[in-house]
Design a protein around this ligand. Structure first.
Ligand SMILES: [Fe+2]
Length: 380
């Protein structure tokens, strides 16, 4: 039976002899070397052959929701530290770097989502987003800005090793956390959490301006985290959840999507960028479905007239999808059957006539969706 640890940030460094043998191997190797290349740190982790059962004692499946994932220090070696992170379904870090860290490695024990970003010239761009496979090891240098999380349905752990030979403590202190909704970077010495508590913020500075996919996904994960935080307790942070949702699904936001697609069409790497944009839009659509399904549940006991009244307050959500639909049908002259797999039933009612005119066909269940919106089982 696993311990339901609930003190994610209560760090409990151990002496080497208390560590499992595989982690002791890592400590011994790191302490015998005076510098590292990233391939060497990769090999140290690989050769240690850490198994999930070795690190289960450090799991924190019961971490508080305002801490976006579980984090427990297994060993503090001064110029390096070994941490065990716990990722419940939906757990995501904010976009962050690792402060003073000069080298690091992460081994994941489940399918972890990892995105890398580039921040320069006052802009921040998503370079990649991928699923790291179970047991995969990824390395990182001082310049890495990334976001990690669990988009799957099973919890898993990860092993983090961070270091800087020029420091004797706090190798990841002064890390930057990017709050793109507030347009600020916060600096702190703890976890890379969304909506960081004030007492953990050392300093604020202006954040770079995000490109559309980066802004979109940040907004989605921030909303998800705040919603999870407010399931049990009132939200005490500074973000306005209603405004975040309104901004995300604003009827005019699809113009930004069109601009992003248009820009990517002219780039050599447009396939990668298109695929990335598709990934992030899919997450936005998933969140939208969650919001709408909650609305459906609330409305289930009401009569039809009151349901329509209630739905009309969420016109921005319907308009959000309607904008995407109109754009794709016009831009790519595609058959509606291959595009119109929207889950927003209200929207389908509204758009049926319009799309039928454009495509000369009825909307019905399709086999694929260009944008990646989830399909609903029954369309009305
Ligand atoms: Fe990180």
């Amino acid at each position: 039976m696993l311990e339901k640890r609930t003190h994610s940030t209560q760090l409990t460094p151990h002496t080497p002899d208390k560590l499992p043998a595989s982690l002791q191997c890592i400590v011994t190797e790191l302490e015998s070397m005076t510098s590292f290349s990233l391939s060497e740190i990769h090999d140290v982790i690989f050769d240690a052959n850490v198994q999930e059962e070795d690190i289960l004692a450090y799991a924190c499946f019961g971490h508080p929701e305002n801490e976006c994932y579980g984090r427990v220090m297994a060993y503090d070696g001064g110029f390096f530290k070994i941490m065990i992170m716990t990722w419940n379904p939906g757990d995501f870090t904010a976009i962050h770097d690792h402060g003073f860290m000069q080298w690091g490695a992460v081994q994941v024990f489940g399918d972890a989502e990892n995105a890398n970003f580039l921040a320069n010239d006052g802009k921040i761009t998503t370079l990649s987003r991928e699923i790291l496979q179970r047991f995969e090891i990824t390395t990182m240098d001082h310049d890495v800005i990334h976001q990690m999380g669990n988009s799957r349905s099973e919890s898993f752990l990860s092993l983090q090793v961070y270091g800087n030979h020029e420091r004797s403590h706090g190798v990841t202190d002064d890390a930057r956390i990017f709050d793109l909704a507030e347009g600020k970077i916060t600096r702190g010495d703890g976890g890379a959490f969304f909506a960081m508590p004030e007492d953990q913020i050392k300093k604020r500075e202006n954040a770079p301006k995000p490109d559309y996919p980066t802004w979109l996904r940040h907004q989605v994960e921030l909303i998800r985290r705040i919603r999870r935080c407010t399931e049990k307790y009132p939200y005490t942070g500074t973000h306005d959840i209603k405004k975040l949702v309104q901004d995300l699904f604003d009827a005019n936001i699809h113009h930004k999507l069109i601009t992003a697609f248009t820009e990517y069409q002219g780039e050599d790497c447009c396939t990668t960028r298109d695929s990335l944009l598709n990934w992030e839009v899919k997450q936005a659509a998933q969140l939208q479905d969650e919001l709408l399904s909650e609305q459906d549940a609330v409305d289930s006991c009401r009569n039809y007239a009151s349901l329509n009244d209630e739905a009309s307050r969420h016109r921005c959500l319907r308009s959000f999808k309607q904008g995407y639909l109109n754009f794709f049908v016009k831009k790519y002259c595609v058959n509606a059957e291959s595009v119109l797999c929207f889950s927003c039933v209200d929207y389908l009612r509204l758009s049926r006539l319009n799309a039928s005119k454009m495509c000369n066909t009825d909307i019905r269940k399709g086999d694929s969706d260009v944008l990646g919106f989830e399909r609903r089982a029954s369309l009305h």
